[in-house]
Design a binder for this molecule. Structure first.
Ligand SMILES: [Cu+2]
Length: 248
């Protein structure tokens, strides 16, 4: 008796190994998000140790992939998962500020890392490539939409111009300058963010809080009682950014 081989017995010569599509997703997202982790801090001249460590581990995972395939998959998958867990409290709040393109798109790459973790699991389990293709399209679509949405939001954000009586505050190198800002009650501040990252100009225990996208400025009227107030930046991780506001 003769038997006919089933579809699963014989793999066509042109077929792509199921795990290869998942690996492509894993590598693609890891490289794009890893590049964002290096470029965003470099633009403001800042070193963020967890992101630098994540980039180094990503490189190790990529190098391992060729020779020790499954170890490479595991290293890349775990690295992406760790970066999501450690980065979420800092990056996810920045998704509320689309007018700040560098910060916003960097936060979006953290969300897309979920697809990389799925890629590692799919590759490890040699799952069907159909899911990988859908996830690849979804990840690329999400990132492209984030870039376009942020570009439009930035274009629609009005540009402020300093007026003659304004008191100028510069935000540069993660610091407010001057460190003690003096303004008459009812006066107006012109706050200019010279950094390539999102900041806020917030005054403690008051309603005064203004988001300052990258290289953007804003005018704020100070209707506060006379006294000394604490200025701070509410962006997660920017706790060191403080100054004093003296209202005369
Ligand atoms: Cu800040």
């Amino acid at each position: 008796m003769t038997t006919t081989p089933s579809n699963t017995d014989v793999e066509p010569a042109h077929a792509v190994r199921p795990d290869r599509v998942w690996v492509r997703l894993l590598v693609g997202v890891s490289v794009v998000a890893g590049a964002a982790d290096l470029i965003a801090p470099a633009l403001v001249g800042e070193v963020i140790p967890p992101l630098a460590t994540g980039a180094a581990l990503t490189l190790v995972g990529l190098l391992l992939l060729r020779r020790y395939h499954r170890t490479g998959i595991a290293v890349l998958g775990i690295t992406n998962l760790l970066l999501i867990v450690t980065g979420a409290p800092f990056s996810l709040p920045n998704l509320a500020a689309p007018a700040s393109p560098i910060t916003f798109v960097h936060a979006a790459t953290l969300v897309v890392r979920v697809a990389a973790v799925a890629g590692a699991v799919g590759a490890w389990r040699q799952a069907s490539p159909t899911g990988a293709r859908r996830l690849t399209v979804a990840a690329a679509g999400l990132l492209s939409a984030a870039v376009m949405f942020s570009a439009v939001a930035a274009l629609l954000t009005p540009v402020a111009t300093a007026q003659p009586d304004d008191v100028t505050v510069e935000v540069r190198g993660f610091a407010f300058l001057p460190r003690a800002v003096r303004v008459p009650s009812g006066g107006t501040l012109y706050v200019n963010n010279a950094d390539l990252t999102l900041h806020t100009f917030s005054v403690e225990n008051t309603v005064l809080s203004q988001a300052l996208p990258e290289r953007r400025s804003a005018r704020l009227r100070v209707d506060l009682e006379r006294g000394t107030y604490r200025i701070f930046c509410s962006v997660p991780g920017h706790d060191a950014m403080t100054a004093a506001l003296v209202v005369d």
